[in-house]
Design a protein around this ligand. Structure first.
Ligand code: ADP
Ligand code: MG
Ligand code: MG
Length: 456
């Protein structure tokens, strides 16, 4: 089955059926917790209202071979990033997510996955993406709209265990910390609208593993946190913390005052297991991704030939924009063929990149030291497929691009050189879909919706 076949199939779904699918999706999402908080202007008081999460009405076609390649890569990336961050003498725990776009340039016939980036902090939507998979399965089974032309088949919708797997990863870290009375903390942003994606992890941790998790902002930890001077155990509001799981502390807005920096240092110095540690957060930067693409850097961390080949196969062209000869050459390339590149700063959360014809003017206005903080990347050209995006009760139809995320759990220590990786697992997937006109991919930043893959 091709994307074209899928698109023509979707164009045959009647208006009446679309309307019913939309209503079924909204109710399923609201009933099953595929929800977010509404924007402030339409919210009820006291956080007492929700809306459905942005979702794709249909699963999007994704090549099975490329999907499986993404799964195969995740344990290799877990290992690579663990080794990268290993110069620290403390136990570390991490949940990673690696994002890929299919690359299908004109004239090529088989798409392959290229890595967009690797996230080592606050990877979100594990819970909502499991729910999106469940919703697509429900629509398939509960309606007969797909019977006449069975392009969407149950066996083509892969299981997505992200919801359970992330909680299981935290539970394992908690167990390794080894204190009966300790609890887990999730460090959150104030006024988080994606709170239910996070709450699902908390409830799974409690229901499946009988472990308590509390939510606190950096400011609250600044008030309530302290270290035991002897043991370096972290206490918040008098309770010992086994795992410090960050869903905050990655954006400048998370550090409004010196107090937040002090708080980050307090957590880092503690013996709680950090997801991630500061070094892990740093090696997840786009600059490190660019350096890894340089010849013979990967070889310092990975020795197996076929692993090396596999990792390299998903690297797009990446270039520095600093004062080095490579950097100056990259600037020339970007000015000559801007339509082939994207410029990325060291930021997270979407909405920060500079694309294509915007690049020359942007570069010309940057000082050299500012320019060095960006990297240049080949623009990936993903195949398009049709879908309907469901956002705040409305359907948006169009040609879409999907980005695949693979979650991984890696728990390790640097105390023991031989047995440094204790857990290295794939932990489910996430498909985010956006209209082709949109450059950026963040769900929270309002650019894309949560989808599930239809393996073809
Ligand atoms: P962030 O950390 O802000 O999520 P990303 O590197 O994921 O940064 O970039 C945000 C979005 O920009 C991606 O989800 C993707 O849609 C788009 N993007 C990033 N790099 C590329 C690329 N090389 N080619 C095409 N699109 C890209
Ligand atoms: Mg990111
Ligand atoms: Mg991203």
């Amino acid at each position: 089955m091709s994307n074209a076949l899928f698109s023509s199939y979707l164009s045959q779904v009647s208006e009446a059926n679309l309307k019913q699918l939309k209503e079924l999706s909204i109710d399923w999402a609201l009933s099953h917790g595929a929800i977010i908080r509404p924007p402030a202007d339409i919210a009820l008081a006291n956080n007492s209202s929700v809306i459905h999460a942005p979702l794709a009405l249909f699963p999007s076609p994704f090549p099975k071979k490329a999907f499986e390649h993404g799964l195969l890569l995740q344990p290799l990336f877990n290992l690579l990033f663990h080794r990268l961050s290993k110069d620290e003498d403390f136990i570390k725990e991490i949940m990673n997510e690696s994002d890929y776009l299919l690359h299908l340039p004109p004239g090529a016939n088989e798409p392959k996955i290229l890595q967009v980036e690797y996230n080592t902090i606050a990877s979100s939507f594990s819970s909502l993406s499991s729910l999106a998979t469940d919703m697509h399965r429900y629509l398939l089974k509960a309606t007969n709209y797909f019977d006449s032309s069975p392009i969407i088949k149950e066996e083509s919708l892969p299981q997505n265990e992200a919801l359970d797997r992330l909680a299981k990863g935290i539970a394992k870290a908690h167990e390794l910390y080894g204190s009966q009375n300790a609890i887990v903390i999730m460090i959150v942003q104030p006024k988080e609208r994606n709170a239910f994606d996070q709450r699902w992890i908390e409830y799974k941790l409690f229901e499946n593993h009988n472990i308590r998790m509390i939510r606190k902002t950096m400011a609250e930890i600044g008030q309530e946190g302290r270290l035991d001077p002897e043991t370096k155990a972290l206490y918040i509001d008098g309770k010992e913390i086994s795992v410090s799981y960050f869903r905050s502390a990655y954006s400048p807005a998370d550090f409004p005052t010196q107090k937040e920096w002090d708080t980050r240092l307090l957590i880092e110095r503690s013996r709680s297991i950090k997801c991630p540690t500061v070094t892990y957060q740093l090696v997840g930067s786009k600059k490190v991704q660019q350096i890894l693409a340089n010849p013979s850097v990967l070889e310092r961390y990975i020795t197996n030939k076929s692993d090396l080949q596999n990792l390299r196969s998903c690297f797009a062209g990446l270039y520095p924009l600093d004062a080095s000869p490579e950097g100056e050459a990259a600037v020339k390339l970007a000015l000559k063929h801007p339509e082939q590149y994207v410029m990325k700063p060291q930021r997270e959360g979407g909405g920060n990149n500079v694309y294509s014809t915007d690049i020359p003017k942007f570069i010309s206005e940057l000082s050299l030291s500012k320019r060095s903080t960006y990297i240049l990347m080949d623009l990936i050209q993903p195949p398009l497929s049709r879908n309907f995006l469901l956002r705040q009760g409305e359907l948006i139809e169009g040609e879409m691009v999907s980005e695949l995320g693979i979650f991984g759990v890696c728990i390790g220590t640097s105390n023991d050189f031989e047995n440094d990786v204790l857990v290295n697992e794939i932990a489910g997937h996430l498909l985010r879909t956006k209209t082709r006109e949109t450059n950026e991919g963040g769900v929270a930043s309002g650019f894309s919706v949560i989808d599930s893959p239809l393996l073809i």
